[in-house]
Design a binder for this molecule. Structure first.
Ligand SMILES: [Zn+2]
Length: 363
């Protein structure tokens, strides 16, 4: 049995066109198209060549239809710079990531989604409301990945194959997902997580979520959420020098550029001071990176605990991957930068765990 939609999904995941796959798998374009629409079923040997060309185990193509992430529910940043094929590939990777979460969800009790929805007020006010609801007061935001997870967001890594794609958020059947680009600095990772939270809170599943206006709102939300006005006004001097900004960024664990922007927004830097601070920071390498920044990226608490619990129970990561029809390499890419690599090299199948366990999470 072959599920046609899985061929299409795997092909998109690899960023291949029908013509690319036809060539690599030595299958005619017409036949391939028929397999993907379900008009005809490939013979075993043919399916073997297709699976090989796509680097997916054959068993992957035998699973049920997968619930694709909705294309119009995703807020891509810098859409114009990235090809539609790359975005499709990132979305396909996300669809497969969500399947891993479904698997986890059946075995562990994960936090329920607690993402408030606001349509009307401005991003600054919304950020304050989410902070109040989550009991954060005006303190610097804690680990953003842990925070999102504790409120029911499923956080995954955008595969390192798509370094040029920014983070994205999407609702799937009432569950919020965030895919982070873990190739950036830890500070930018925090900003991305807050930016995606902004989309989830302000743009939701059935509202306009893309375009420059939505991006501006999500950025303003992230800025206000990570750097509450009261804290910044209380700690940062008016007209601060670049050295003071570089020192100050450690309070909120944000990039020096993000703090500079926020200070200008709050009137602590004049237009002129803002522009010269940006120029100076660029010269010192703060536009492309974060010199002497956070030592470690923020990682996932859920994914780490799940794989530790599975391991303790004798279930190897390779067994999880095999059950999902994935290679361990493919699974590792979903977890890349969010948890230690989980490759185990073995193929011993572990015992299933009939009872769902509750993970104790510390936000
Ligand atoms: Zn965005």
């Amino acid at each position: 049995m072959v599920t046609p939609s899985r061929i299409t999904l795997a092909r998109k995941r690899r960023g291949m066109t029908l013509a690319d796959l036809s060539k690599d798998a030595k299958v005619s374009l017409q036949s391939l198209s028929n397999y993907e629409t379900g008009r005809t079923v490939p013979r075993r040997a043919t399916m073997g060549r297709i699976a090989k060309a796509l680097s997916y185990p054959e068993v992957f193509f035998e699973g049920p239809d997968l619930d694709e992430l909705p294309a119009d529910g995703i807020s891509w940043r810098a859409r114009s710079k990235t090809s539609a094929r790359t975005l499709d590939a990132a979305r396909a990777a996300g669809t497969i990531g969500a399947v891993l979460y479904d698997w986890i969800d059946r075995r562990f009790r994960l936090p329920a989604a607690d993402i408030p929805s606001f349509t009307k007020p401005d991003p600054e006010t919304v950020a304050g409301m989410v902070r109040t609801r989550w009991d954060l007061g005006a303190a610097p935001a804690p680990n953003m990945v842990h925070l999102l997870e504790a409120h029911g967001v499923r956080v995954f890594s955008l595969s390192p194959d798509y370094a040029e794609v920014d983070a994205f958020a999407v609702w799937r059947n009432g569950t919020p997902f965030v895919f982070l680009n873990t190739m950036k600095s830890a500070e930018r990772g925090r900003f991305d997580a807050a930016h995606e939270l902004g989309h989830l809170v302000m743009h939701g599943s059935d509202r306009e979520c893309s375009g420059p206006e939505a991006e501006r709102q999500a950025n303003d939300f992230a800025s206000a959420f990570l750097m509450p006005a009261a804290g910044v006004l209380g700690h940062m001097p008016r007209g601060a020098h670049v050295d003071q900004i570089i020192k100050g960024r450690t309070i909120w664990k944000v990039s020096a550029m993000a703090l500079t922007y926020r200070m200008h927004d709050l009137g602590l830097l004049t237009d002129w001071q803002y522009r010269s601070a940006c120029t100076e920071l660029s010269k010192r390498g703060y536009r492309t990176g974060e010199p002497q920044g956070m030592k470690k990226r923020e990682t996932s608490q859920i994914l780490t605990k799940v794989f530790q619990a599975l391991w303790a129970n004798g279930t190897r990561p390779s067994a999880v991957a095999a059950e999902l029809g994935l290679t361990v390499e493919e699974m590792n890419k979903m977890l890349f930068g969010l948890t230690a690599a989980i490759a185990d090299g073995g193929d011993k199948h572990g015992k299933g765990d009939a009872q769902r366990r509750t993970l104790s999470l510390v936000p």
